[in-house]
Design a protein around this ligand. Sequence first.
Ligand code: IMP
Ligand code: MG
Length: 369
Amino acid sequence: MIKLYDKHFKPFISAKEIDDAIERLVIEISEDVGDEIPVFVGILNGSFMVVSDFVKKYPKPCEVTFIKLASYEGVKSTEDIQRLIGLTQDLTGRTVIILEDIIDTGNTLAEVHRIFENEKVKLLKIATLFYKPEAYKKDFKLHYVGIEIPNKFIVGFGLDYNGLGRDLPEIYQIKETQHMTNLVLFGPPGAGKGTQADFLKEKYHLVHISTGDVFRYNIKNETALGMLAKSYMDKGELVPDQVTIDMLNAEVEKNADANGFIFDGFPRTNAQADALDKLMDSKDSQINAMIALEVDDEILVERLLSRGKTSGRADDADESIIRNRIAEYYNKTAILKDFYSAQNKYFGVDGVGSIEDITVRLSTVIDKL
Ligand code: IMP
Ligand code: MG
């Protein structure tokens, strides 16, 4: 990972992959051009690296020149292209190949076409090392494309963020989410998870994602995923992990600018923990900790029985049912404790004491993450 000014970037395309892509462009273009002496026109500043590597590999005589255009401010392309250095040589009758580092919206390319409008070149072709198809808004044909990339900001190999990063020999991609604290909250029934989640959510500005709530919401609102989940439940089958993960993904995306998430009720198996890791990874983030509230069984039984007296919840009224629920929790968490311990992310917190005392203990763990 690297940081340029305020932004974090992660490795995306290696120097080797770039070199291979340039090699492919050279082969394709030299075959098309044949014995003619082409003029390669680089668009400064970004293209200096690709032009340099390209012409070194080009197997036959060629000429090189540059024009200099500017369109980008920070991480956004602007419509307003400045022509800083135009064509300085007569290209009448020549085979011209534009060499671009990257084509994004195509605004720069439109300006290139304007520049060549009145030039009586024999042939004008466009080659670009990187291309963002989702961002491209023009109709100009791109004759040669090195690597298609998603519509995310990149730096390196000539490309910059406010002037920095051009010198990097490989490509880095901007991190989607910058810094998040993501917690998996665990605790046996009666441990006070709900109470503590409410507190943590406020204190750390986290979004609390309770899988139970997410399911109920999707089913009640008859979302596509909710209906899918229901179709399994109606048949008495377990909802496949992927459906649950897709629902969680939707929740995460709804709150893309959150400081982080508290996952509650998920994961429950190793496969789910793996899937959650992958989900967070796709958001350029990670689970930072599994925090488990530890409370002695006898205290839990006592708490739940007294809750049962007022809540009327049937499963809180019967001592043997309560003991079963607790036992089931330990069967399940044992696996997850191992999973997160292996990543040094398991934190057990003493869940006996006043609400305030417990929140202080939880905060101590979170503040150290
Ligand atoms: P376009 O005019 O939107 O096609 O953008 C072309 C120019 O914007 C490129 O020549 C780059 O200078 C710059 N640019 C586009 N995308 C990126 C990027 O992801 N990182 C850095 N510069 C970019
Ligand atoms: Mg450029």
